[in-house]
Design a protein around this ligand. Structure first.
Ligand code: UTP
Length: 415
């Protein structure tokens, strides 16, 4: 069977007649590209995810418990100094690296371009999110007299734009030969009727497949191997959109080392029982982050013997992994979650449609689902105003406005 016929057969089987129409209209290189894509995409898997993935609920038979954590405010000076010095040693030896996950679509913020290229209006002149991260790392390099390798995960879609932006801005003064971009996995979007979306370039629209992709993407891009050659033992993995994120914290690292744990995470206390954040718990003896939507109201409000929320440690995308942990996770399969998002597409008449409401499903794996592969995790509960100022939404909570206030308040307090 020739390529065209094979593609048409596959598309028919999964009710994607609109893509057949598109295929018939295209010629030359454009047609070749689309044929190649149809051949490569695992439509069976996408349709299966679309059909079967429903909002996950915690199974009734699961045993859910509160998770142990350390409260930074309650650590003694002696403890802080012991943990910090354990962490310092690793960083001084050059065994520490940082990964920034910048492959998200940033649909809620709606900034045109990769989220890291968003300029936050701080201190008059403003700062780009990548600039804020570079500054944070440069400061750590000064303290440790070392250059910490910085890896930036982009999506297939935003790789070139991110690269050009960083090149144009000279990596905001971060040593270029210690900075490396890599591309994460991708997956097609599907609309609410089970149809694939068409992109502006007349291909099937594929987007990044969630931040849980970081482990396999580090491996597939050859970075894990590179890290091992450089004798890197610990890797911090954070997002691009928390403007006071501390990527190099010897305290968190020292706690993981002291407790002989391979993974660690910083948390902040949930602002109220109904704050829209995932929280840590243990399920069937393994660490897990439960999404806000999955946590029963009774559990969300439950208090411990000290009057604190029992499930009050919010996951803030501030995670640390040993290289062994990353190797282990990269061999596992992280499950996909289904989220509905706003995504533009090309309609049957060739016009671009920019939806005003969420119109399509995105399948994403989440970094925190990797925690379940371990028996334990070191959790350090910290002060929100010192650690967490995210930019998620255009307006309201977790927006540029709130992040600006928190950023300036944080740095003013350091003066
Ligand atoms: P979010 O899940 O908050 O997504 O990402 P987002 O892309 O920033 O925004 P929305 O949901 O579309 O509005 C948390 C972090 O994970 C990264 C993001 O770039 C951000 O740093 N991420 C997310 C990836 O690197 N890849 C992905 O596929 C998804």
């Amino acid at each position: 069977m020739n390529k065209d016929k094979k593609a048409v057969k596959k598309l028919k089987k999964y009710n994607q007649d609109h893509i057949i129409k598109l295929l018939n209209k295209l010629e030359g290189k454009e047609k070749e590209n689309l044929l190649k894509q149809i051949e490569e995409i695992n439509l069976n898997e996408i349709i299966r995810l679309y059909d079967t993935l429903v909002e996950e609920k915690i199974a009734k038979k699961s045993k859910i418990e509160a998770i142990e954590y350390l409260d930074k405010a309650k650590l003694s000076k002696k403890q802080i100094s012991r943990f910090t010095s354990l962490g310092d040693d690793v960083i001084k030896k050059g065994e520490y690296a940082v990964v920034t996950m910048a492959g998200g679509q940033g649909t809620r913020l709606g900034h045109k371009g990769p989220k890291g290229t968003f300029k936050l209006d701080v201190y008059g002149k403003g700062k780009y999110l990548f600039e804020i991260l570079a500054e944070n790392l440069k400061e750590a390099n000064m303290i440790y007299n070392k250059v910490i390798p910085w890896y930036i995960m982009t999506s297939n879609e935003n790789y070139l734009e991110t690269l050009n932006f960083l090149e144009k801005n000279n990596y905001f003064g971060y040593p270029k030969d210690h900075t490396k971009l890599f591309i994460q996995g991708k997956i097609p979007l599907i609309d609410t009727k089970g149809k694939l979306l068409i992109n502006k370039d007349m291909k099937i629209k594929e987007v990044s497949d969630g931040n849980g992709s970081v482990f396999s993407s580090l491996k597939n891009a050859g970075i894990l191997k590179q890290m091992k050659e450089k004798n890197i033992k610990w890797i911090f993995i954070g997002g691009v959109d928390n403007v006071i994120l501390k990527m190099v914290d010897p305290l968190l690292l020292g706690i993981a080392i002291d407790k002989h744990l391979q993974i660690a995470s910083k948390t902040v206390t949930k602002a109220n029982p109904h704050e829209n954040v995932g929280v840590f718990c243990k399920i069937n003896g393994h660490p897990k982050v439960i999404e806000y939507s999955e946590l029963e109201d009774k559990l969300a409000k439950e208090k411990d013997e000290n009057g604190q929320l029992k499930y009050g440690n919010a996951h803030i995308m501030c995670n640390l992994f040993s290289i062994k942990a990353i190797e282990k996770i990269s061999e596992e399969h992280l499950k996909y979650h289904k989220t509905i998002k706003k995504n533009s597409y090309i309609d049957e008449n060739g016009n671009e449609v920019i939806p005003t409401n969420p119109n399509s499903y995105k399948f994403e794996s989440f970094i925190f689902d990797s925690f379940e592969f371990f028996d334990n995790i070191a959790i350090l509960n910290t002060k929100r105003e010192d650690e967490f100022a995210p930019i998620k939404n255009k307006e309201g909570s977790d927006s540029p406005k709130t992040a600006k206030e928190l950023y300036e308040k944080y740095w003013n307090s350091k003066k």
